[in-house]
Design a protein around this ligand. Structure first.
Ligand code: ADP
Length: 874
């Protein structure tokens, strides 16, 4: 039958319209139910049964549901699966609904409980402990594109931190890559928006509204005292706050005063650089194998989040960087202090996030307990730190932020039981002795319970029924129960018992005495709960009032954890404190790649340390040598050393002198990306073009096999041109790895360029890769050696060697691989001369890129070449 939708269905559909593309969790008793498409999506992600309920428009309505008490786990999976969820709760009890129906004159049997969406649960607006990853920040970002730039507002509502910044449109991708937000919102008419961006009304992004909201949230008449905020920043703040309003249905979470992020304050890195350096995530995705996972020795979640943030946004200011190094140094030279502090920190709960929940109105007694324990831990940390002489500035500042909570700690200590529960419904979290009235109520219900036990004994005696019991359940409350065969005795009119229920094997009764005691328990219980609630509200109020100071304490603890953790890592890996300079240099002695070194150590292998020495007169190193020789590793280790130093860490080297960089670029030639299935050469060139337009003399660039995404001579020509441009125009520090032997001729014309190669040696006919960097051009290409290692037969290798020799001789004679971009036609012409159209074997060899072949492909190619060779006269 396809008639009018039922009232419930009408209510559902109205709520669903409001929920938009969020899944609607529709509360029905002890379950959240989902219907229609929502049910299909959720059942798929959660792997739960899809059923149906009634019909709509003649079709059965798909349905699935999750129990309310375990909803968090399901929510977590839906959010991970990329969904947003609207929670529609019952806003009245069934009794209230019936009373309302009666007033309205509708049949009470059909009374529909009112429901409303109370909250949107989205990836960027989570505060629940169970839904958050302890070691990762959870950012919500709002983007406000304006005429001449973009405003960005980011906040982690689990801790209340908020930042505003402005950048050029072209730098937006890099900024978003740095932030790594869980959720991004932008005006609906924004053209660059990808699918992942949540479109919000344009009217939400008005800078005047942003300013007004920030002023009222932080109770200030002007924002001047908080920082220098531009119109685009405020427009983004407006969009962010409007979205928080929407998600929390008007209930705003905890927001600390916004911090304005200056554009030049950080080492700039774009998305491609971040991905290739695997800073927070490895190429395959996930934290394992990333830089952060290799260096993170923090003992608290807040410390780990701070470290990730430091690595994602290394500093550009020498003073700030050196302040962080000094803090590490303090812990580096004092192992006892370090161990003491780390032991204390390990005990400290995540007060930043507990505070976030309490201020957002989603806090629990357990969160209050965490604030109490965290603040007392902070006090102990302060005590230890205070006793340490010659504290550097960063730690002195932290020390100040750690103190000053004595009254609050004391109050929470007296008020709360040692481990308060997450739920408030049952009460029992306020300590006895804190409130005498509450103690009295508890005593009353305790006495009533004793009285009930006494009643049970008395009734057994009076009725001569040893099996009589007084029981309790949720529906009936207290009742007297006897086995069926004794039922009649109590049924008698003068027994004093009233019948309540007959079960299969038992009969249940009430009595006036029991009723009185049960009422005493219920009343005292209700009063006690109300009293605990009132104390809870008061304690939360006190914490909320102190929120800024508590947040500062949380931040100070995280800072100390980061510094002590990095000191620990430095000791463990024998790292050095880098010396920071303004001159554009990079002098690393005994440098290592921390992630590769760690991986090798696991299999008992040793990492070969290498030096790097870039300066104004020698700022571009061209690095050759065989495949698998360690070129990429060398490039990356130097980029990581610079990044770590500017993030305020020690570095994996025996010593390092590092000139501050403004930007860091890392690019890897396309064929390394083939596995990821991207349109390779195009991507490579787009990314390279970005460097050529953005790098400055203060930047550091690593280029790994750029140009190899296309056929040999195109690629070589491009690599050639890029090296020249880096040398002549950008004049920045650069490490360039290439297997194009020919590029070594650039050393003749580029005076600040020098040649280096990773060493390899033949030993008993085998190729041994030494992973050792040394000066000078690679003596030759090792493609044929690699082919031999792969088992290519001798005669084929011999033939290939002869062909190679001829090719190389030919190239040397045509010569004149002239320097200078303007003279490239000559270079191209030289290639043409070599490239006789009728020489099939030569053609085949020209396009053959030996270094990119797998052993298997190399073998196949050689057979192909041999077949060709048979039909041509060499
Ligand atoms: P290339 O870029 O020259 O092809 P890679 O840098 O990718 O070579 O290095 C290949 C492998 O060699 C690495 O995965 C690593 O296992 C090993 N390797 C690289 N550099 C070193 C080193 N300095 N010491 C020891 N092993 C190294």
């Amino acid at each position: 039958m396809s008639g009018q939708p039922t009232p419930m269905m009408q209510q559902y559909l109205a709520l669903k319209r409001e929920a938009g593309d969020a899944l609607l969790f529709y509360r029905m008793g002890d379950f959240f139910e989902l219907f229609f498409e929502d049910a299909k999506v959720a059942a798929g992600i959660l792997d739960i049964a899809l059923t149906s309920r009634g019909e709509h428009g003649g079709e059965p309505v798909p349905m699935c549901g999750v129990p309310v008490h375990s909803a968090e786990g399901y929510l977590a999976r839906l959010i991970k699966g990329g969904c947003r969820v609207a929670i529609a709760e019952q806003t009245e009890t069934p009794d209230e609904a019936k009373a309302r129906a009666k007033r309205d004159g509708t049949p009470t049997s059909k009374a529909l409980v009112a429901r409303d969406i109370v909250r949107f649960v989205t990836a960027g607006t989570l505060t629940e402990e169970a839904l958050l990853e302890p070691r990762r920040a959870n950012l919500l970002v709002a983007v406000a594109p304006v005429r001449d730039g973009v405003g960005l507002a980011s906040c982690d509502i689990s801790t209340g931190r908020m930042e505003l910044e402005e950048c050029e449109a072209s730098a937006l991708d890099a900024a978003l890559a740095r932030l790594g937000a869980s959720e991004v919102v932008a005006p609906e008419d924004w053209e660059d928006g990808t699918e992942d961006v949540i479109a919000r009304p344009r009217a939400d992004f008005r800078s005047e509204d942003g300013e007004a909201r920030l002023k009222s949230i932080h109770g200030v008449a002007t924002l001047d005292g908080l920082g220098d905020f531009t119109r685009p920043m405020l427009a983004a703040a407006a969009g962010l706050i409007a979205y928080l309003d929407h998600a929390g249905r008007g209930e705003l979470p905890f927001l600390l005063p916004p911090v304005a992020r200056g554009s030049g304050a950080h080492l700039a890195m774009d998305a491609a650089t971040r991905a290739s350096l695997e800073i927070l995530e490895a190429q395959g995705g996930g934290r394992a194998g990333s830089l952060v996972s290799c260096i993170d020795r923090c003992v608290t979640g807040a410390g780990a989040r701070q470290l990730a943030e430091d690595l994602a946004a290394p500093l550009a200011d020498r003073g700030q960087i050196e302040a962080r190094h000094a803090a590490i140094h303090h812990f580096h030279i004092d192992p006892l202090l370090r161990a003491d502090l780390r032991a204390l920190l390990r005990q400290a709960p995540d007060i930043g996030r507990a505070l976030g929940r309490l201020v957002a109105g989603r806090g629990s007694p357990r969160d209050l307990g965490q604030i109490r324990d965290g603040l007392s831990e902070a006090r102990r940390v302060r005590g230890v730190l205070e006793a340490s002489a010659d504290l550097p500035a960063l730690l002195r500042d932290a020390l100040t932020a750690l103190g000053g909570h004595s009254a609050l700690i004391d109050h929470l200590d007296r008020a709360l039981v040692p481990s308060p529960p997450t739920e408030r419904q049952q009460g029992g979290y306020i300590a006895s002795g804190y409130d005498h009235a509450l103690d009295a109520l508890r005593e009353t219900s305790g006495n009533a319970r004793k009285a009930i036990a006494a009643l049970e004994a008395r009734y057994r005696e009076e009725t001569d029924t040893a099996s009589l019991k007084i029981k309790h359940n949720k529906v009936l409350g207290y009742f007297i129960e006897v086995p069926a065969k004794h039922g009649d005795k109590l049924m008698a009119a003068d027994s004093g018992f009233t019948h309540r229920q007959t079960m299969a094997g038992a009969v249940r009764f009430n009595s006036i005495g029991l009723h009185e005691e049960a009422t005493r328990i219920a009343e005292a219980g209700a009063h006690a709960l109300a009293a605990e609630e009132a104390h809870f509200e008061e304690l939360v109020g006190e914490v909320v009032t102190a929120r800024q100071a508590i947040a500062a304490t949380a931040a100070a603890l995280a800072r100390i954890d980061v510094a002590a953790g990095l000191a620990e890592r430095a000791v463990e890996g024998d790292w050095a404190r880098p010396e920071m300079l303004d001159a554009p240099c990079l002098e690393v002695v005994g440098g290592r790649h921390p992630v590769v070194e760690q991986a090798l150590a696991k299999s008992g292998e040793r990492f070969v340390a290498n030096d790097c020495s870039l300066g104004e007169d020698d700022r571009l190193w061209l690095i050759g040598g065989p495949n698998m020789g360690g070129k990429s590793t060398f490039l990356r280790q130097n980029a990581l050393i610079l990044l770590l130093a500017q993030a305020g860490s020690y570095v994996p080297a025996s010593s390092a002198r590092i000139g501050l960089a403004d930007r860091l670029f890392s690019r890897v030639g396309a064929s390394d990306n083939l596995a990821r299935g991207r349109s390779t050469f195009m991507v490579e060139m787009v990314e390279t073009a970005a460097i050529l337009s953005q790098a400055t003399e203060r930047s550091f660039v690593i280029l790994d096999e750029v140009g190899r995404g296309t056929s040999t001579y195109d690629g070589m020509a491009l690599a050639w041109a890029v090296v020249e441009a880096v040398h002549e125009q950008l004049r920045c520090r650069c490490l360039f790895a290439t297997h194009y032997h020919e590029l070594s001729r650039l050393a003749d014309t580029c005076d600040a360029l020098s040649l280096h190669h990773v060493r390899a040696r033949e030993w008993k006919g085998d190729l041994v890769l030494l992973h050792e960097l040394t000066g000078g051009a690679a003596d030759r290409s090792y493609g044929l050696d690699v082919a031999r290692l792969a088992g290519v037969p001798q005669p084929v290798l011999k033939r290939a060697k002869a062909v190679l020799a001829k090719l190389e001789k030919g190239r040397a004679e045509t010569g004149g691989l002239a320097a200078g971009l303007g003279e490239l036609p000559l270079f191209a012409a030289s290639l043409q001369a070599e490239n006789e159209p009728d020489d099939a074997l030569r053609d085949a060899l020209e396009v053959l890129d030996i270094d990119t072949l797998s052993p298997r492909e190399a073998l196949d190619k050689l057979y192909e070449l041999k077949a060709l060779g048979g039909s041509t006269k060499p």
